[in-house]
Design a protein around this ligand. Structure first.
Ligand code: NDP
Length: 481
């Protein structure tokens, strides 16, 4: 393994304030709940105090969004597009600042926030900006003779997002909502509120009419108040299946439209004819990207028995070259675990894996003294009944199982309450199609993994949720068709 000199990205570009307020009706205002702190998970250093929105604050935000809806929904699509294009360009201009802040608050390597998250965030705004004046051609409803789309926006969208891709999940939620003429109140996760608040500043810079975007920070209670607010017309949630269930219950019996993007336990399936080195890269990207804090992570590796030993040997060699440490270092592959709670969960499930009889392996890897860290970990000899094969770990932990025939691979891959994504590695095109037909997963990647694009829909089956985000399907979630 090579030694690399430190190559830290400077954090000077970020102007961290000691405290942050809520963003309501185009202004930063105090919250009436007690403020909470957000920390850098790589060092446990406090980054800032953040306001907490009570249900009264949420009500003010929803009222602001309701008022703005009148203005925003009445604008011609081409005018809304101008704002969205402007936001997209500002995101590109301020990409380094946003990427550094994301890595500070979330713990993800700068290489990922800079080269994956931020380009995708901008791409989402560009993509949906392009749709804002073309909704009449999106294929929903009949066009009227004056060229208007036969569709209508829904109204006020209440959006609750998780901590794994703070800004990207914000983009997935806000860009299509605004393009379709809705206004939004968004609640970021408690551990990663800072980039959403910087985005609020960008909305001001873009001179977005006040109230079109509102950001309410806080804990689960704030999210619950938003979801339950009677004047919210649409709820969009990404997060755990457990909270997804609570939200589905809260929304049941109302006429709110709901999309849920929940957990996953994806199978990454490697056949004996796959190119081993490429498959190894795909496996690493599938589960160690973003410390495994990815709902569609390839957390179950299914290897054809005949190539198990060869593949595992190559995979272990590759894991030995991953560099774990300072997220702001440009050479870092694996950053910090987002929170002490998440670290405890990963540890607990990993211990259960060893206790249930799977064999645990990690490369030699020094963990920093401060902060929340977990080494890349493999479990071999995993049985389908083990908790590490069934539960979402949401960390850098891969469970390896084997299969002999394609039918067995399909059966094992589908043997999960989730159905968000899957990967297939083989050189045979016909086998890819055969597998894709049978895998109960919203996305099936072939000879690649974790590839995202604003034009392609994303979402799950079964306990991974319902509704689609991205692409044309992502518009439908924000329109009355
Ligand atoms: P949650 O599902 O609890 O959090 C997602 C968002 O929902 C956060 O903004 C959270 O606020 C908010 N929230 C929490 N409770 C409620 C509620 N009752 N009503 C409305 N909103 C609420 O995920 P966690 O962060 O607690 O992570 C727990 C586990 O979930 C992880 O270990 C992981 O396995 C899984 N997870 C899966 C994700 C995915 O994309 N599939 C994403 C994140 C987590 P707050 O931040 O204050 O809790």
């Amino acid at each position: 393994m090579f030694d690399y000199a430190p190559a830290p990205e400077s954090r000077d570009i970020v102007d961290l304030k000691p405290s942050y307020g809520l963003f309501i009706n185009g202004e930063f205002v105090d919250g009436s709940g007690s403020p909470f702190k957000t920390v850098n998970p790589a060092t446990e250093e406090k980054l800032a105090e953040v306001a907490s929105a009570s249900s009264d604050d949420v009500d003010r935000a929803v009222q602001a969004a309701r008022k703005a809806f009148g203005v925003w929904s009445a604008l011609p699509g081409a005018e809304r597009a101008k704002y969205l294009f402007r936001i997209a360009r500002l995101i590109q201009e301020r990409a380094r600042e946003l990427a550094v802040l994301e890595s500070l608050d979330n713990g993800k390597p700068i290489r990922e926030s800079r080269d994956v998250d931020l380009p995708l965030v901008a791409a989402h705004f560009f993509y949906y900006a392009g749709w804002a004046d073309k909704l009449a051609y999106a294929g929903f409803g009949r066009r009227t003779t004056d060229g208007h789309s036969g569709t209508k926006p829904l109204g006020v969208a209440g959006q609750v997002i998780p901590w794994n891709f703070p800004l990207l999940m914000l983009a997935w939620k806000i860009a299509p909502a605004l393009a379709c003429g809705n206004t939004v109140v968004l609640k970021p996760a408690e551990t990663t509120p800072l980039t959403a608040l910087l985005f609020a500043e960008i909305c001001r810079q873009a001179e977005l009419p006040p109230g079109v975007v509102n950001i309410v920070t806080g804990a689960g209670d704030t999210g619950a108040a938003l979801v339950a607010h009677p004047d919210v017309n649409k709820v969009a949630f990404t997060g755990s299946t457990e909270v997804g269930r609570i939200i589905a219950r809260a929304v049941a019996g109302t006429d709110k439209k709901l999309t849920l993007e929940l957990g996953g336990k994806a199978a990454n399936i490697v056949f004996e004819d796959a190119a081993v080195d490429q498959a190894v890269e795909g496996i690493v990207n599938g589960i160690f990207f973003n410390q495994g804090h990815v709902c569609c992570a390839g957390s179950r590796l299914l290897v054809q028995e005949s190539v198990h030993d060869e593949l595992l040997e190559a995979l272990k060699r590759r894991l030995g070259t991953l560099r774990l440490g300072d997220p702001l270092d440009k050479n870092t592959d694996i950053g910090a675990i987002n929170s002490a709670e998440q670290l405890a969960k990963i540890r607990e499930l990993s211990e259960a894996g060893a206790d249930e009889g799977a064999e645990r392996w990690s490369p030699a890897c020094e963990l920093p003294d401060r902060g929340y860290w977990f080494p890349p970990t493999l479990f071999t000899g995993v049985a389908q009944s083990h908790r590490i094969a069934r539960e979402e770990i949401f960390g850098p932990v891969l469970s390896v199982l084997t299969f002999r025939t394609p039918a067995e691979a399909v059966e094992k891959a589908n043997n999960t309450p989730y159905g968000l994504s899957a990967g297939v590695w083989t050189e045979k095109g016909s086998r890819i199609l055969w597998m894709a037909d049978r895998l109960r997963a919203g996305v099936v990647w072939a000879n690649t993994f974790n590839k995202f694009d604003p034009t392609s829909p994303f979402g799950g089956y079964k306990e991974s949720g319902y509704g689609r985000e991205g692409g044309l399907a992502g518009l439908e979630a924000y329109l009355d068709v």
